[in-house]
Design a protein around this ligand. Structure first.
Ligand code: SF4
Length: 288
C-alpha cells in the first residue's frame, strides 16, 4: 500500500481491508521505497482532450446508496454467468466523490503488482471524463507501453476506426484497460495482476459513470462480468453493471486476425449506438 493512500485511522483501515477483500484481493504488501522501481516518470495523470460535441454535464444526481446491488445482471441469461455478491465498492465509490485525477494520483508510480518491473509507462486511460461510452480493453501492448496511451497500435487504429464509424471520435469516449502496465511478451494478465489493478479501473468507471461500457475481448469481459464463459456466448448481450449498461464484443486485435468477425462487432456497436441515440454514420459501414 502506497504511503499516500495509506488509511490514517483504524476505521479507515478496516474499510480499506473490507473493500479490497470484497474485490477478491486477499494479500497485501508494502511498496518498495519511492524511486526504487527505476521509473522516474510520474503516473500519466493526463488532462484528456474533451470534445465539445459530446461533452455533457456529468450526472450529478448520484442516488444515495441504501442497499448495495449486485454489480450486474444480464438482460438475457443472468443465470448463466456467476455474479459477484453485494460489494462494499458500491458504497465506497459513491461516498468518496472520486475523480480521475484523484485515482491517477492514488495510482502514482505504481509497483503494486509485478507488471511494473518491465513497463516503460503506466497506461492510465484517455478520453472524455464525462463520456457516455467507455471502452475497456485487456492491457497495454508495445506501442501503448511506449506512449503511455491506450489503443494506439494497430489494434488501436482499428478501434479508432470503429469509434469513428459510430459517428464519434476518440475524444468523445473514454478508453482504459483492465491492467495499466504491459504484460511481458503481451501475455494475458495473470489473476493476481488483474485483481491488484482492478480497483483502479472500477474507480474510473464509477468516476466517469458512462451510460455504456463496452468490453473489448475476453479478458475485459470475463473480468468485469466475473465469468469464465467464452465471450462468444455472451457478446452482443446487455448487462447491467454498477449503474451502466455493459456489452462485450471482440477485441480489435482479434479482428485483425479474424476480419470475418467484423460484421458481428459492428452489429454489437450498432446496438450501442441505438442505446445512446447515435445516428448511423453516413457511410453505414465499419470498414477498416
Ligand atoms: S498493472 Fe496496475 S497494479 Fe500492476 S503495477 Fe501496473 S498500475 Fe500497478
Amino acid at each position: 500500500m502506497r504511503p499516500e493512500t495509506r488509511p490514517r485511522t483504524t476505521a479507515q483501515l478496516e474499510d480499506w481491508l473490507r473493500f479490497y477483500q470484497d474485490l477478491g484481493i486477499g494479500s497485501f504488501f508494502c511498496d518498495r521505497a519511492a524511486g526504487s522501481s527505476g521509473h522516474a516518470e510520474p503516473a500519466p495523470c493526463e488532462k484528456p482532450e474533451v470534445s465539445t460535441l459530446r461533452q455533457t454535464a456529468k450526472k450529478s444526481s448520484v442516488p444515495a446508496v441504501t442497499v448495495a446491488a449486485p454489480p450486474f445482471t444480464s438482460s438475457a441469461q443472468s443465470s448463466q454467468i456467476v455474479a459477484l455478491g453485494p460489494s462494499l465498492f458500491e458504497s465506497v465509490e459513491r461516498v468518496a466523490g472520486d475523480s480521475l485525477d484523484r485515482i491517477c494520483t492514488d495510482l502514482g508510480d505504481c509497483t503494486r503488482c509485478k507488471l511494473h518491473r518491465h513497463r516503460n509507462k503506466i497506461v492510465f486511460g484517455t478520453g472524455n471524463p464525462h463520456a457516455d461510452l467507455m471502452f475497456v480493453g485487456e492491457g497495454p501492448g508495445h506501442d501503448e507501453d511506449l506512449q503511455g496511451l491506450p489503443f494506439v497500435g494497430r489494434a488501436g487504429q482499428l478501434l479508432t476506426q470503429m469509434i469513428e464509424a459510430m459517428g464519434l471520435s476518440r475524444g468523445d469516449v473514454y478508453i482504459a484497460n483492465v491492467v495499466k502496465c504491459r504484460p511481458p511478451e503481451n501475455r494475458t494478465p495473470e489473476k493476481d495482476e488483474v485483481s491488484t489493478c482492478m480497483p483502479f479501473l472500477l474507480r474510473q468507471i464509477a468516476a466517469i459513470q458512462p451510460k455504456v461500457v463496452v468490453c473489448l475481448g475476453s479478458v475485459a469481459a470475463q473480468t468485469l462480468l466475473t465469468t469464465n464463459k467464452s465471450i462468444s456466448r455472451f457478446r452482443g448481450e446487455w448487462f447491467d453493471f454498477r449503474g451502466s449498461r455493459l456489452m462485450a464484443t471482440y477485441h480489435p486485435a482479434y479482428l485483425l486476425r479474424n476480419p470475418h468477425a467484423k460484421p458481428e462487432v459492428w452489429a454489437d456497436l450498432k446496438k450501442v449506438m441505438a442505446h445512446l441515440g447515435l445516428k448511423p454514420p453516413v457511410r453505414g459501414s465499419a470498414r477498416s
